[in-house]
Design a binder for this molecule. Structure first.
Ligand code: ADP
Ligand code: ASP
Ligand code: MG
Length: 241
């Protein structure tokens, strides 16, 4: 039995229907005999909406409270996805970043992961549960909630794969892989079957938000293969290795 880490981005979880569809996909992975850890982003534009709400009550929101607020988006997704899995008859448990053992430094809104305490996740996996972890967030050793910077759920997924010693991390998104340019802007962009970490780092640092730059750095460091693919189709995506 192998352990797979899958991450679903906000566009893959933008409605209750989409959450149910993702739950069905995860259940299929489970039925093939795999153990699964899932990392989720906030639904659709939730993070932008939360930022807007904050700006409507404060000109300069305290960063501690901003992080607490933003972390709620991913918590909603994790709870809903776990519920959807339960209604398919799967055993699942949702964990926020703190419960998932993601320990960060104190730099609010762009915290760095310092270590991951995997005991809780391992215990849940032993109980045969699908573990759904809220991405993009962590907790300091002083028990203060932090977030990892925009797009940070990718980093949660890859860092968890590293901590769990998993060699493959699947990143599910709204395009079929990594293209030579943003396919939503450049229709003639070409999908790449395979790309090296170095090339992916270059693309990510020139603004291709299909995957977070730090996530690629961590994947390269721990030699984790990434499969960036669509949650809307069964097609093979792009392997980053
Ligand atoms: P998610 O919600 O799954 O995290 P993002 O919106 O963060 O998804 O990233 C996916 C988006 O990245 C795509 O919809 C696409 O517009 C954009 N993108 C930018 N550059 C590229 C590229 N070179 N290849 C693929 N997608 C790209
Ligand atoms: N929800 C956060 C964002 O919109 C994190 C993520 O999607 O990865 O930036
Ligand atoms: Mg993203």
């Amino acid at each position: 039995m192998s352990l797979i880490v899958q991450k679903y981005g906000g566009s893959s979880l933008s409605s209750p229907e989409r959450i149910k569809e993702v739950a069905r996909r995860i259940a299929r992975t489970r039925k093939k005999g795999n153990k699964v850890v899932v990392v989720v982003s906030a639904m659709g534009d939730t993070t932008d909406e939360l930022l807007k709400l904050a700006s409507q009550v404060s000109l300069n929101p305290p960063k501690r409270e901003l992080d607490l607020l933003l972390s709620s988006g991913e918590i909603i997704s994790s709870a809903l996805l776990s519920m959807a899995l339960h209604s398919l008859g799967e055993k699942a448990v949702a964990l926020n970043g703190s419960q998932g053992g993601i320990i960060t430094n104190e730099v609010h809104t762009r915290a760095r992961i310092q270590r991951i305490e995997v005991e809780r996740i391992l215990k849940e996996l032993e109980k045969d549960k699908i573990v759904v972890v809220a991405g993009f967030q962590g907790v300091t050793s002083e028990n203060v909630i932090t977030t990892l910077g925009r797009g940070g759920s990718d980093l949660t997924a890859v860092a968890l794969a590293a901590a769990l010693k998993v060699k493959l991390c699947e990143i599910y998104t709204d395009v079929e892989g990594v293209y030579t340019a943003d396919p939503q802007i450049v229709p003639e962009a070409r999908k790449l079957r395979r790309i090296s970490y170095e090339e992916m780092l270059e693309l990510a640092s020139s603004g291709a938000k299909v995957i977070h730059l730090r996530a690629v750095e961590v994947a390269q460091k721990y030699k984790i293969k990434l499969h960036i693919r669509s949650s809307f189709s069964e097609k093979e995506g792009t392997i980053v290795e």
